[in-house]
Design a protein around this ligand. Structure first.
Ligand code: PGA
Length: 253
């Protein structure tokens, strides 16, 4: 059985007060549901709140992580945060190559591969995001785009070092738009990604969780997570509401 995971991506949202409220509600609701929950839960939060979140979630069933990291280990890189700094705050996860990083901050496939390598070297579990824009989908380039995003990372890695790898398929046109991919549409790409992974390493393809992200809500989560190759979700907007996030986690069968 593959690991199931639902990770919240808070993006640039939150405050000390709002986080404390959200996490208290998440802890309370998840404790009630702990018997029926099949998925691991995680929240990926803005850097400054790592000490707060580490303290509040320590010993709970909710893991935490960051939303990006530096490809460098240390040194003169003003404003950057390294993998070992994330480990200092017991991060388990880090999102790598989110489409907002690719588009707004111009992160390239090469840079994303370096970041992912830095995460793996530090023992973190990277959540690699891949996905096509609407324009790319409409011109029939979906598979070539996601394969290139995946290959550029895999080409720099040794399969033996990838046991903590998580991949999230997030069609850019579905992120924050309320337009979710249809379950069969998402499944088609997930199956393609898994088969691409199996060309790299068969065992890795079987064990790597493939998450879907892009406007996942409590009312569409079950049909998405019911697909053979969808092992959970990466949740933006809906992860900021405790009940919605928990309902999405519960939708993992
Ligand atoms: P969304 O964001 O759920 O708000 O669409 C998903 C993501 O960006 O990871």
């Amino acid at each position: 059985m593959r690991r199931k995971l639902v990770a919240g991506n808070w993006k640039m949202n939150g405050s000390l007060e709002a986080n404390a409220r959200l996490l208290a509600a998440l802890l309370e609701l998840s404790a009630k549901e702990s018997g029926s929950m099949k998925a691991e839960m995680a929240v990926c939060i803005p850097f400054p709140y790592l000490p707060q979140v580490a303290q509040l979630l320590q010993g709970s069933q909710i893991a935490w992580g960051a939303q990006t990291l530096s490809e460098f280990d240390s040194g003169a890189y003003t404003g950057e945060v390294s993998a070992s700094m994330l480990s200092d705050f017991q991060c388990q996860y880090v999102i790598v190559g989110h489409s907002e990083r690719r588009q707004v901050f111009k992160e390239s496939n090469l840079q994303i591969a370096q970041k992912l390598r830095a995460a793996i070297t530090a023992g973190l579990s990277p959540i690699l995001c891949v996905g096509e824009t609407l324009e790319e989908r409409e011109s029939g380039e979906t598979l070539s785009v996601v394969y290139e995003q995946l290959d550029s990372v895999l080409n720099t890695l040794d399969p033996g070092s990838c046991e903590k790898l998580v991949i999230a398929y997030e069609p850019v046109w579905a992120i924050g738009t309320g337009k979710t991919a249809k379950p069969e549409q998402a499944q088609e790409i997930h199956a393609a990604l898994r088969s691409r992974l199996s060309e790299f390493d068969k065992a890795l393809a079987e064990m790597t969780p493939l998450l879907y992200g892009g406007s996942v809500k409590a009312d569409n989560a079950e049909s998405l997570f019911g697909q053979t190759d969808i092992d959970g979700g990466l949740i933006g907007g809906a992860s900021l509401k405790a009940q919605d996030f928990i309902d999405i986690c519960k939708a993992v069968a």
